[in-house]
Ligand binder design. Structure first.
Ligand code: AMP
Length: 192
């Protein structure tokens, strides 16, 4: 499998662009945020623990996140063309674990696409989404906390992939279609 990492601050449009990539290239969308929200909706003990972390804008501990992700990947259909990792890895340690998982399974991370959006714009997008999303973390205080966490813990992931020559920065401002065209320029060389 040739996998793709879609990275970017909260509100940078990763979910929207993932839908378009799935439509054109038939990749499988794996959003760790969606995975965690599915666990919360089961109202299990684990779900409650996850909810209390997410609603504060913090990240789940790496070991917990990696275990959940590995379990999920093991349950995917065998002939998957590739996975879009959306919201993972979010720390350098998760990136190291992902690359070691890829080696063990004979797969690879083809590229990390880093969607760049002005911070003012991401905050506004998330506040608007919060009006209908029902997400406990789409309120202004938690949004600001998530952005701080992003700069501190997730930005080093970009450097990690830059060193592997797998980093591509994409301007995430503009219309959904124009952003997709920029992403498509990169993907068409990878997935033909
Ligand atoms: P998202 O839907 O990607 O914005 O994720 C929502 C929240 O889920 C994040 O703010 C984190 O609390 C948690 N989360 C999602 N992915 C991860 C991850 N890879 N590592 C740790 N926490 C995560």
């Amino acid at each position: 499998m040739r996998n793709l990492i879609l990275c970017g601050a909260p509100g940078s449009g990763k979910g929207t662009q993932s839908d378009l990539i799935v439509e054109k290239y038939g990749l499988l969308h794996l959003s760790t945020g969606d995975l965690l929200r599915a666990e919360i909706s089961k109202q299990s003990e684990l779900g409650q623990k996850i909810d209390s972390i997410i609603s504060k804008g913090n990240l789940l501990p790496d070991d917990m996140m990696i275990t959940l992700l590995e379990q999920h990947i093991a349950s995917l259909p065998e002939h998957t063309k590739g996975i879009i990792f959306d919201g993972f890895p979010r720390t350098e340690n998760q990136a190291i674990e992902l690359e070691s998982l890829m080696k063990r399974s004979g797969d690879e991370t083809a590229v990390l696409i880093d969607l760049h959006v002005d911070e003012k714009e991401t905050i506004q997008r998330l506040i608007n989404r919060g009006k209908t999303s029902g997400r406990s973390d789409d309120n202004e205080d938690t949004i600001r906390k998530r952005l701080v966490v992003y700069h501190k813990q997730t930005e080093p992931v970009a450097d990690f992939y830059r060193k592997l020559n797998k980093y591509q920065r994409v301007d995430g401002m503009g219309t959904v279609d124009s952003i997709f065209q920029r992403i498509d320029e990169i993907l068409k060389d990878i997935y033909y």
